[in-house]
Design a protein around this ligand. Sequence first.
Ligand SMILES: [Zn+2]
Length: 522
Amino acid sequence: MRTVAAWLAAASLLCAQPAAAPDVSSRIREEAEKRSQVMKHLHVLADRYGPRLTGSPNYEAAARWAAAQLSAWGLANARLEPWDFGHPGWSNERAAGHFVAPVRDALVFEVMAWTPSTNGAARGQAVLLAPPASPSKDELDAWLQEHTARVKGRIVLLGKPREIPVSFSAVQKRLDDEAVKRRLEARGGPPMRAPAPKPEPGKLSPQQVNAAIDAWLVSSGALVKVLDSGMPHSTIRAFQNRTYDVTKSVPAVYLRNEDYGRAARLIESGEKVEMEFEIVNRTHPGTTTWNVLADIPGSDKPEEVVMIGAHLDSWHAATGATDNATGVAVMMEAVRLIQALQLKPRRTIRIALWSAEEQGLLGSKHHVQANYGTFEQPRPGFENLVAYLNLDSGTGRIRGASVFGPEEAAAMVRAALEAFRDAAVAGAAPSSSRREGGTDSTSFSSAGLPAIGFFQDPIEYFQQTWHTNLDTYERAVPEDLRQASAVIAAVAWHLASSEERLPRFTRETMPAPAHAALPVTQ
Ligand SMILES: [Zn+2]
């Protein structure tokens, strides 16, 4: 870990470097501030094509729209890169749920992706069952057998309601300068979650327990599986049936914590609670999905590529505005800015919009494997990727960058960011992490490729919008997206036009590959 003094010393060294074409950066900023279209892109991505779940018709329509839009701005070779997702598509068309006894009231919920429709209106008694915590196979089998008679024709609330006390602490929406500095000094890779603890010997993993319970609910004839959203203020975070096979689950929903708690308390006080759900889902045959790519060809080194990207897919509970239509809108606006100013980079600037990030960075991993390989097993294109720039942390303005590479690489990015010091951008720090997980930049850095991840003000991201029913256009901050568009355009321009290439790790300095991959996606 570096000290503040060391960081400031490193930052001041930059004054010795040539300025990063300040006229271009200020022209980009002016275009971004005065004639921005970033909110227009966001509107189309979120309002017209959201949610963009991988494999859904909405995703494909968004991909086709993006490619057509990039072509219309004069980018070359706008294309859909097909790859095999391995699962059919899925979408929800209608969903309604109600308490019908002892009270009549609408329920607030989201459907679990890749689960089946109800057969018309599914009405039944609600039962609350709390499976044993970390059971052995025998313990779980005994519990399932004991409760089989209670689930046939029932609506099954699975697990005790989560109690969420009223919070008295304010949410910090912007990082203060000290926090940004600490983040740069930490110089790690992307923030990671702790790995899930391994089950004790003889105990089932949570995934094994879930799979056994799902199979039991299907075979026992349960009507609907209901999970507690476990978040306050009607916020619901929704994911998928991990088998991606609708025959392996009963219809399943995440109910808002407030309705789940109300149902649980009524059941506890001896009332017979009845609910009704009517859910229409569709599966879409075919397992092909597409990344979107387009180029601003380089003038004298077209084979060298500076790539900018974000994931186009989203979860399905809302319109995927801050995860990650904002990242896509910023990247599209960045290439539009370069085109609008008729800038001709020396190296190719390529935009890449990924599918299936949310299911495990799958689109970007496919692209890296197919085109670049890894440092240890490179494909011919490996040397040609100068940098990959990624944005995927919500709507907040950019505060700094993490550069997979040596200190000289971070210094070059810092020089490009210098023009944005008065726009709250603090600098860049090197990273040597090859851990995979978090977001698409790690598909590149884990392969040993020079990825640049940007960190942003949090605004309401992890607290409210990330993967939730609240992830809508309204939660975007226009001035922050204008700032991010200009920053990305300027850094991409600088890396694509400077005399020197972005320095890379060498054979001697390349960190060893990380093997403990954690599939936590942003
Ligand atoms: Zn994301």
